[in-house]
Design a binder for this molecule. Sequence first.
Ligand SMILES: [Cu+2]
Length: 144
Amino acid sequence: MSRLLALLALLLPMTPALACPGLVIGEAWIREPPPGARGTAAYFTLRNEGSTPLVLDGWSSPAFAHVMLHETVLTGDRAEMRHRSQLSLPAGGREALTPGGLHLMLMQATGPIAAGAAVTLQFNCNGQAAQLSAPVLEEAPSSR
Ligand SMILES: [Cu+2]
Protein backbone atom coordinates (compact mmCIF):
# COMPACT_ATOMS: atom_id res chain seq x y z
CA MET A 1 0.00 0.00 0.00
CA SER A 2 2.70 2.48 0.95
CA ARG A 3 4.57 1.59 -2.23
CA LEU A 4 1.46 2.37 -4.23
CA LEU A 5 1.08 5.74 -2.51
CA ALA A 6 4.73 6.51 -3.18
CA LEU A 7 4.23 5.64 -6.84
CA LEU A 8 1.15 7.87 -7.05
CA ALA A 9 3.06 10.71 -5.41
CA LEU A 10 5.70 10.34 -8.13
CA LEU A 11 3.18 10.22 -10.96
CA LEU A 12 0.76 12.98 -9.97
CA PRO A 13 3.10 15.96 -10.49
CA MET A 14 3.90 14.66 -13.98
CA THR A 15 0.41 15.20 -15.35
CA PRO A 16 -0.11 18.97 -15.34
CA ALA A 17 -2.89 20.53 -17.31
CA LEU A 18 -1.30 22.03 -20.39
CA ALA A 19 -3.88 24.66 -21.15
CA CYS A 20 -2.39 27.33 -23.31
CA PRO A 21 -4.27 27.28 -26.62
CA GLY A 22 -2.35 28.86 -29.45
CA LEU A 23 1.03 29.03 -27.76
CA VAL A 24 3.89 27.64 -29.86
CA ILE A 25 7.29 27.38 -28.21
CA GLY A 26 10.43 26.81 -30.26
CA GLU A 27 14.21 26.74 -30.08
CA ALA A 28 14.26 26.18 -26.32
CA TRP A 29 17.66 25.70 -24.70
CA ILE A 30 19.47 26.28 -21.44
CA ARG A 31 23.10 27.25 -21.19
CA GLU A 32 25.17 24.73 -19.23
CA PRO A 33 26.35 26.52 -16.07
CA PRO A 34 30.12 27.03 -15.67
CA PRO A 35 31.76 24.53 -13.28
CA GLY A 36 30.67 25.28 -9.71
CA ALA A 37 27.94 27.71 -10.72
CA ARG A 38 24.33 27.09 -9.75
CA GLY A 39 22.73 29.65 -12.01
CA THR A 40 22.16 29.97 -15.74
CA ALA A 41 19.51 31.13 -18.20
CA ALA A 42 16.89 29.66 -20.52
CA TYR A 43 16.07 30.90 -24.01
CA PHE A 44 13.25 30.12 -26.43
CA THR A 45 10.85 31.67 -28.88
CA LEU A 46 7.14 32.16 -28.26
CA ARG A 47 4.37 32.58 -30.82
CA ASN A 48 0.70 33.11 -30.11
CA GLU A 49 -1.09 31.47 -33.01
CA GLY A 50 -4.43 31.69 -31.24
CA SER A 51 -7.04 34.42 -31.41
CA THR A 52 -6.91 35.51 -27.77
CA PRO A 53 -4.14 37.37 -25.94
CA LEU A 54 -1.91 35.28 -23.68
CA VAL A 55 -0.28 36.39 -20.45
CA LEU A 56 2.59 34.24 -19.15
CA ASP A 57 3.83 34.53 -15.59
CA GLY A 58 4.69 32.54 -12.47
CA TRP A 59 7.76 30.76 -13.84
CA SER A 60 9.32 27.89 -11.87
CA SER A 61 11.32 24.70 -12.37
CA PRO A 62 11.87 21.56 -10.33
CA ALA A 63 15.58 21.91 -11.16
CA PHE A 64 16.01 25.45 -9.77
CA ALA A 65 14.87 27.11 -6.53
CA HIS A 66 14.22 30.44 -8.26
CA VAL A 67 13.17 31.31 -11.80
CA MET A 68 12.60 34.88 -12.94
CA LEU A 69 11.86 36.58 -16.23
CA HIS A 70 14.58 39.15 -16.87
CA GLU A 71 15.17 41.68 -19.56
CA THR A 72 18.57 43.09 -20.32
CA VAL A 73 18.55 46.88 -20.54
CA LEU A 74 21.46 48.92 -21.80
CA THR A 75 22.10 52.01 -19.67
CA GLY A 76 24.92 53.92 -21.31
CA ASP A 77 27.59 51.26 -21.78
CA ARG A 78 26.32 49.07 -18.96
CA ALA A 79 23.95 46.14 -19.33
CA GLU A 80 21.51 45.72 -16.46
CA MET A 81 19.05 42.92 -15.85
CA ARG A 82 15.58 43.90 -14.79
CA HIS A 83 12.81 41.70 -13.49
CA ARG A 84 9.66 41.49 -15.61
CA SER A 85 6.59 40.21 -13.80
CA GLN A 86 4.82 38.93 -16.90
CA LEU A 87 5.04 38.49 -20.63
CA SER A 88 2.07 39.44 -22.81
CA LEU A 89 1.54 38.00 -26.27
CA PRO A 90 -1.27 39.51 -28.33
CA ALA A 91 -3.00 37.29 -30.87
CA GLY A 92 -0.44 36.71 -33.61
CA GLY A 93 2.32 38.09 -31.42
CA ARG A 94 5.78 36.69 -30.99
CA GLU A 95 8.62 37.13 -28.56
CA ALA A 96 12.16 35.76 -28.48
CA LEU A 97 14.19 35.10 -25.36
CA THR A 98 17.79 35.35 -26.48
CA PRO A 99 21.25 35.89 -24.93
CA GLY A 100 21.65 39.61 -24.29
CA GLY A 101 17.89 40.19 -24.31
CA LEU A 102 14.86 38.78 -22.61
CA HIS A 103 15.69 35.56 -20.74
CA LEU A 104 14.56 33.28 -17.95
CA MET A 105 17.03 33.57 -15.09
CA LEU A 106 17.52 30.16 -13.47
CA MET A 107 18.95 30.42 -9.96
CA GLN A 108 20.03 27.99 -7.24
CA ALA A 109 20.07 24.70 -9.11
CA THR A 110 18.79 21.88 -6.92
CA GLY A 111 21.27 19.45 -8.52
CA PRO A 112 23.87 19.19 -11.28
CA ILE A 113 22.82 20.79 -14.59
CA ALA A 114 24.91 19.14 -17.29
CA ALA A 115 24.81 19.38 -21.06
CA GLY A 116 22.67 16.61 -22.51
CA ALA A 117 20.04 16.82 -19.78
CA ALA A 118 16.59 18.32 -20.21
CA VAL A 119 15.02 20.72 -17.73
CA THR A 120 11.30 21.25 -17.21
CA LEU A 121 10.11 24.85 -16.96
CA GLN A 122 6.67 25.51 -15.54
CA PHE A 123 4.60 28.64 -15.92
CA ASN A 124 1.08 30.00 -15.86
CA CYS A 125 -0.60 30.81 -19.13
CA ASN A 126 -3.71 32.95 -18.56
CA GLY A 127 -3.75 31.47 -15.07
CA GLN A 128 -3.53 27.83 -16.22
CA ALA A 129 -0.56 25.56 -15.50
CA ALA A 130 1.65 24.90 -18.52
CA GLN A 131 5.18 23.68 -19.04
CA LEU A 132 7.97 23.18 -21.51
CA SER A 133 11.13 21.13 -21.64
CA ALA A 134 14.47 22.62 -22.66
CA PRO A 135 17.74 20.78 -23.41
CA VAL A 136 20.92 21.88 -21.64
CA LEU A 137 23.56 22.85 -24.23
CA GLU A 138 27.20 23.93 -23.92
CA GLU A 139 26.73 26.78 -26.35
CA ALA A 140 24.02 28.57 -28.25
CA PRO A 141 22.65 26.38 -31.05
CA SER A 142 23.82 27.73 -34.40
CA SER A 143 21.04 29.69 -36.02
CA ARG A 144 19.65 27.86 -39.02
CU1 LIG B 1 19.02 37.62 -15.78
